[in-house]
Structure formats: C-alpha cells, structure tokens
Ligand binder design. Structure first.
Ligand code: KG4
Ligand code: ZN
Length: 303
C-alpha cells in the first residue's frame, strides 16, 4: 500500500516540509487501515508498533511518532523507534532473511549519502557522510538545472538511457576519508549548461548520462575504499537513489567481486514502512520485546 506525495510537491520542484507534514496528518491513519485490510490482518495479530524516529523532516516525524505512540498506548503494544537510515540497510533482509552483520551499507537518499557499518554487536557506525549535498539532492538539483521535472532522480535516470556517459567529463568529488561531496559536480553541470544557449535533446541526454555517471562513480569509489580498509562479507546498497538503474548495474559489476552485494527491489529502496518494520525486528531481536505494554520513553529521541 503506497501513498505517494510526489504530485503534491511537484509544482514546487521539491518537498515542502509544511505540506508534507499536513499530508502525513491526513493520510497516515487511513493508510494504516487500508494496509491492514489489504493484508487481511486484524489488530489482534499485531505484536508491536514500529515507527521512524529520525532522521527526517521534523513535522513528518512528529506526526508519525505521535500516531505510533497513540496506537501503542491505546492497544497496549510496545512501540519501537528506529533509525530510518539503518532501516535502508535492514531492507536487505527482504532479499535475504538471514542477513546478519557485519554488513557495509551505502545509504543514498534525498537527505543522506552515508556509508554505514552494521557491526557484529548489532550497533550501527556511520563511517562516511556527505560534506554538502546528498546524492539524491544532487540528482534533484541537477535535474532542475537540466529543466527536468520533480522528482529529478527518476527523470535523470530515464533521460540518461538515451545519452552517452562519456560525452562530458565531470569532476569526481574528492572529500577526505570516506566522505562524499557533490556540490562541485553540480556546479560543473551548471557551468556546462550555461555554455549552451539552448539545449538540444541529444545534448540534454548526454549531460544527464555524464552527470549520473559522475555521481555513481563517486559513490562506488568510496564504497570500494571502505571495503579495502575493512572488508565486509556483505554490502547493501539502499535508499531512494538505489533505484537508479546505472547505480544498480555498476554496483553489481564493481562491488560484486569484493563481497556479496544486496540491492533491495526498487520499491523497497525508496522510503517505505516495510523496511521500518524490518528494522524494528532487528531491534526486537537485539533487545527483546518490551516487557511494559507501553514505555513512556521507547527510545524515540529524534536524530
Ligand atoms: O530514500 P528516499 O525515498 O527518501 C529520502 O529519505 O530522502 O530518497 C529519495 C531520493 C530523491 O532525491 C529522488 O530523486 C531519488 O531518491 N531517486 C532517484 C531515483 N529514484 C529516486 N535518484 C536517482 N535515480 C532514480 N531512479
Ligand atoms: Zn530514505
């Protein structure tokens, strides 16, 4: 059961936080009811409530946590707050139910580009992050520069299919350690576009393909470096940008020889509640079910 807000935000060319929070308020309860219905489930079969505690837009998080806490309180169920970023890695469980740490995770979304290590003790370490734009943000801003519609990632992905990734040479961002940086490549695209008085369709496609190639190459280069410094048997690539066809193909090609590579099905890469449930199960396994029917502080601090 998917309720997308894309059409709501499209006229603004990006997510409007206030509108997003209001839409959550309107749709959350009906979506939960319809999801239960379509799964043929009853409330009596539910053992706990999983809810995203962060990171994300604060208005949306507040709505989600309040709904989760309220249901937990009303039905006497434990509420498990989970990290949305870790959940993108745990979504790998839908490809392999026995997925266990150590796992190296690349989480690429609209707000984050993180390299994560899911450690054998169950903890999550962020070993690399973006210094400026996230990979998804780079796709979205790049799309706007190219005159493509929101959401920009899928638009670039589509157009790039018809372009030549070697037509333009965009810089591969260099940040220290395993960190990412995408503002340079975005600026390079802007300067390149400004050189053309009008973009022909083939040139626009070449720009999209070359820009996408630069982002994908920069992402994978960092994963390769992290893997070389501390090899993990499994690498999971998740987050909305992991829907990108070129990233999926190149990740399998380049990372395949280094580890078992898991890239969840595209619909499980974009933000989804299934992965939040999967993440809560991991927490549940680690900490055991909450003995109190409702915990006043179920670890829901935002962050
Ligand atoms: O994980 P996600 O659904 O939400 C956040 O947590 O941000 O990621 C959304 C991001 C957006 O920036 C969107 O443009 C990008 O994922 N995205 C893509 C593709 N599909 C979604 N980027 C590149 N190629 C795609 N096919
Ligand atoms: Zn996400």
């Amino acid at each position: 059961m998917i309720r997308s807000q894309d059409a709501l935000h499209a006229p603004y060319g990006g997510v409007v936080p206030e509108l997003a929070a209001r839409a959550h308020l309107q749709t959350l309860v009906p979506v939960i009811e319809r999801a239960l219905d379509s799964a043929g489930s009853r409330w009596e079969q539910i053992d706990g409530i999983a809810v995203t505690r962060g990171p994300g837009l604060i208005g949306c998080l507040l709505v989600g946590v309040n709904v989760g806490q309220s249901i937990g309180w009303a039905r006497g169920l434990p509420v498990i707050g989970v990290s949305h970023l870790a959940a993108h890695v745990f979504a790998g469980q839908f490809e392999d139910v026995n997925l266990r740490p150590p796992v190296l995770g690349l989480v690429v979304s609209g707000g984050h580009s993180d390299l994560i290590r899911w450690q054998p003790d169950g903890s999550i370490d962020v070993v690399g992050r973006t210094r400026d734009d996230a990979a998804g943000e780079a796709f979205d801003k790049g799309a706007r520069i190219l005159g493509l519609p929101f959401p920009g990632g899928p638009a670039i992905d589509r157009l790039a299919q018809q372009g030549d990734p070697r037509a333009f040479k965009f810089p591969r961002p260099r940040a220290p350690g395993f960190d990412f940086s995408f503002s340079g490549v975005k600026t390079a695209l802007l300067y390149e576009v400004r050189k053309h008085r009008e973009l022909s369709e083939p040139t626009r496609a070449d720009l999209a393909a070359s820009y996408q190639e630069a982002i994908v190459d920069a992402l994978l280069q960092r994963v390769e470096a992290a893997q070389a410094s501390e090899p993990a048997p499994v690498i999971v690539v998740g987050g909305g940008v992991a829907r990108n066809r070129r990233l999926r193909e190149a990740a399998a090609e380049r990372l395949g020889p280094l580890a078992r590579v898991i890239i969840p099905a595209p619909e499980l890469c974009t933000d989804n509640a299934a992965m939040i449930g999967a993440a809560a199960l991991v927490e549940w396994d680690r900490r055991g079910p909450d003995p109190a029917p409702f915990d006043a502080d179920p670890g829901l601090g935002f962050g």
